[in-house]
Design a protein around this ligand. Structure first.
Ligand code: F6R
Length: 241
């Protein structure tokens, strides 16, 4: 696990965006795995700048998002579909037909999960996966538990995740309690992984992750210790607390 510590959120975001830029320029048909949440927003802003000012080309890029709430409409302002269009896709030259986000409204959710992993495989697998991390150590919506799902699955969100995500909703009651998420195995198949974390509230889990020498389903992010190409990019607050 390579660890990069940057002085603040902005620098962390720019460093991550630059790595993405280099990877896109090396392979214009790259398959990216994308995350939502607050952490990657600065990186997406920088990617938009790189597109507008330096011509970074997304026209052949394919993306797969990690997760989506179950039962929420794509047009809902808190859906991850809406988020991705609003924060990134509407501002770059990506072909929306090459952007994939789990469909939380599928009539056959379990069948859909299998299809999602199959589609990733058909597109050649994820070249570069971006991850955030939950304060409880979740990656995507793989929550700490006795067991973790290998493939894309339907999961119940923990109380702490529902509470953390309620900041985007009018009330906690509106936060969906189930989600569709890429599994640990789907994530681990990515060739390269970048995990981002910023702010004091992530320092405890980052400390746990960086000093871990055992994997445990109680800290889903610890599974990344098994992956040969993970870069953790954090700001000083997340690193030092
Ligand atoms: C989002 C996702 C989540 C977030 C995590 C951190 O697609 O998969 O695992 O990365 O909950 O969220 P933020 O960045 O809002 O602290």
């Amino acid at each position: 696990m390579r660890v990069i510590v940057e002085k603040d959120y902005d620098t962390m975001s720019k460093v991550a965006a630059n790595i993405m830029k280099e990877e896109i320029n090396k392979n214009l048909s790259i398959v990216l795995g994308l995350a939502t949440g607050s952490t990657p927003v600065g990186m997406y802003k920088e990617l938009i700048r790189l597109h507008k000012e330096e011509g970074l080309d997304f026209s052949n890029v394919t993306t797969f998002n990690l997760d989506e709430y179950v039962g929420i409409d794509e047009e809902h302002p808190n859906s991850y579909h809406y988020f991705m269009k609003d924060i990134l896709f509407d501002h770059i030259n990506i072909n929306l037909e090459n952007t994939f986000i789990p469909n939380g409204k599928s009539k056959d959710l379990h069948g859909y999960c299998k299809q999602y992993d199959k589609l990733i495989k058909e597109k050649g697998g994820i070249d570069l996966q971006i991850l955030g991390i939950g304060e409880n150590g979740h990656i995507a919506f793989n929550e700490p538990d006795e067991e973790l799902n290998v493939g894309t699955s339907i999961v119940n969100l923990t109380e702490s995740t529902v509470e953390a995500n309620s900041r985007f909703f009018d009330s906690i009651d509106e936060v969906p309690k189930t989600a569709i998420t890429m599994g640990i195995g789907s994530i681990m198949k990515a060739k390269n992984i970048i995990l981002l974390a910023s702010g004091k509230n992530k320092s405890k889990v980052i400390k746990q992750l960086l000093k871990a020498d055992k994997i445990t389903t109680k800290l889903p992010a610890s599974m990344l210790l098994l992956h040969p190409n993970v870069t953790v990019i954090v700001d000083e607050e997340a690193y030092n607390g």
